[in-house]
Design a binder for this molecule. Structure first.
Ligand code: FES
Length: 275
């Protein structure tokens, strides 16, 4: 089989495989089939390039005696005709078109996986399920009342109606009234000594759930970061460098603990637009 034909077969196979890859992906995907088709598409182009380089771009070493420079008008015309013949060679042009087709099909099949990136997150990383007036609910599904905890007590709470929202979990602690040193602007966030902090460690996101009442410290079990509860959950030991976000609390007229609003900063480990 001539080299051009073998190259054409390889490129045709590559094109069909690339289109098949796109089709399989659109139909829902099948990793083994996608891998096989991608392999055929790449191998087809690769082997075609090898054959093309060997067979078409070079026909081996040619040695010609060098005659006297110059020539007659007939000679010049003959050379021009030959040059035109070579540049018009149909086999080579067809092969180049097939290369373009195979490369285009492969590029097209590579575009579809962009769909796998999913929808843009929007501000989902900046918000949790807490809303103004959300009542606090413990892990047993009971609403938290103002008399639920004794001083020194703790519990894990979620917003009512969003008990599965992991990014919204808080550790609620009851302190002696007046013990907390609220940060500026947070004076009204801890009614009756209740204070709530995000349970998600700002280091790499483990749940911060161990409270040492004697030192008023929260401990992250993963890498032993500790947070000073009386000082806005500022880290005072370990690899965490940011305070736990504080949830602004209030008490509604029925005596239930509620959130004044969402956290005023993103919870969890830092991400790209944070200092
Ligand atoms: S995840 Fe909390 S200290 Fe590392």
């Amino acid at each position: 089989m001539p080299a051009e034909r073998r190259i054409a077969v390889l490129l045709l196979a590559s094109t069909l495989a690339a289109l098949g890859l796109a089709g399989v992906y659109i139909a829902g995907g099948q990793p083994q089939a996608e891998g096989a088709l991608l392999g055929v598409a790449l191998a087809g182009i690769g082997f075609a390039l090898i054959l093309w380089a060997r067979g078409l771009s070079s026909e081996g070493a040619v040695v010609a005696e060098r005659g006297p420079l110059g020539g007659t008008v007939e000679d010049e015309e003959a050379v021009e005709e030959r040059v035109e013949e070579v540049t018009e060679e149909p086999g080579r042009r067809s092969v180049l078109r097939l290369f373009w087709a195979a490369g285009g099909a492969l590029a097209l099949s590579a575009v579809f996986p962009i769909r796998s990136l999913g929808p843009a997150p929007g501000n989902a990383l900046l918000r949790t399920a807490w809303r103004p007036g959300s009542r606090l609910m413990d892990t047993d599904g009971r609403l938290v009342r103002v008399d639920t905890l004794q001083v020194g007590g703790t519990l894990t709470a979620f917003p009512q109606g969003a008990e599965k929202a992991g990014d919204s979990s808080v550790i609620l602690i009851r302190l002696e009234e007046g013990q907390l040193q609220p940060r500026p602007g947070r004076e009204s966030w801890s009614p009756r000594g209740y204070v709530a902090y995000s349970k998600i460690c700002p280091h790499v996101g483990c749940p911060v759930g161990l409270y040492q009442a004697d030192t008023h410290e929260l401990l992250c079990p993963c890498h032993q970061s500790t947070f000073d509860v009386l000082d806005g959950a500022r880290p005072n030991f370990g690899p965490a460098t940011r305070s736990l976000p504080q949830l602004p609390l209030a008490v509604d007229p029925q005596g239930f603990l509620i959130a004044q609003d969402d956290f005023d900063e993103p919870v969890g480990p830092g991400f790209w637009n944070r200092d």
